[in-house]
Write a protein that binds this ligand. Sequence first.
Ligand code: GLU
Length: 411
Amino acid sequence: MRSSEATRIYFDRAADQLDLSENMRRLLLTARREVQVQIPVEMDSGDLTTFIGYRVQHNNARGPMKGGLRYHPQVDLDEVRALASLMTWKTAVVNIPYGGAKGGISLDASTLSIRELERVTRRFVDAIHDLFGPDVDIPAPDMGTTPEVMAWIMNQYGKYHGFSPACVTGKPVEYHGIPGRDEATGRGVGSLTLKLLSRLGRPLPGTTVAIQGFGNVGSHTAKYLHDAECRIVAVSDAFGGFHRAEGLDVLELHRYINAHSGKLEGFPGGDRLTNAELLAMECDVLIPAALGGVLTQANAALVRAPIIVEAANAPIEPEADAIFDERGITVLPDILANAGGVTASWFEWVQNRQYYQWGLNRVRQELDRILGEAFEQVWQLSMSRKVPLRTAAYMLGVGRVGRATVLGGVE
Ligand code: GLU
């Protein structure tokens, strides 16, 4: 199923519950602007390669559009379109003053040198610098992009528009970024998982957790949950992963990937397992924190965890979602579960605009407060309307965007 069809299904469910008119549905589903640009870049070899870059600006009823920039071979317009709409609902669920956008370039970063990656990024900014900015649309990291990439974006944007640190978030702390942004998505996934466990009346210590993906989000989630006395029984990355029934040593895992260019391969502290095995593991909480579309009609019946927390964007296909619903598996949806990243991006943007700096404690406190409030609202709505958490989150997000649209008027 195409990514945009999948997000459409979830949207429709919420729109039905909210009794939205056909006209409003059409307005909310259509992107304001979709751009596709050519990015010709001279490679280190002297050869010319042409990349394709996308930016979809979905909705700005509640504020400037906001969302990550993805570097991955699977990036295409349809995927970016779906992810842009997820950002609109996500910023609305946590009630921060943004709309939604997403961008991407179809490339495999592991095959490019750092200088090539920098040139691709700067040429992309050359192509779209008039279309984004602090009050219009603010990019951020996503799969395959790093704080360093954000630094290049800010620097290149500045060549056209002058010093504008708030034109992009997720920057390095030493270059107009903020402490706490890097860990924020994982911290949010972790803290929301704890809230869910407590609401479901499940005892916390010893809760077993399997995490697919050990990049920025997966690794920080593992650390947070490990510190909260959960047992991380399996982790994986693109090559596969490791499991240990007594719990993996998360600190050791962090040390290992830091010393091995971010890769888990060869980790000595656990037994090997494949990504398919990880998804089907016996555990209390399964956290897909990598690619989209990993839980499908084909493998949904194999999942044994009673709780799934969507740290990645769109890791569950709608058919699988329906199977989980039938089986009584609780799913904490992406637009709430991974909203910690964009929330901390908002803090970065606010500080950039005020030329002021908060400390790490304040960032963490505000993040926990905002996510905690959003969780309670989604939980209450899910209980009162007797709908799954995903439908409740969409109802909250879509409802807020709909109301802002009406209040702003369309004249
Ligand atoms: N890429 C992240 C997401 O999907 C963060 C976006 C942002 O900080 O703007 O939510």
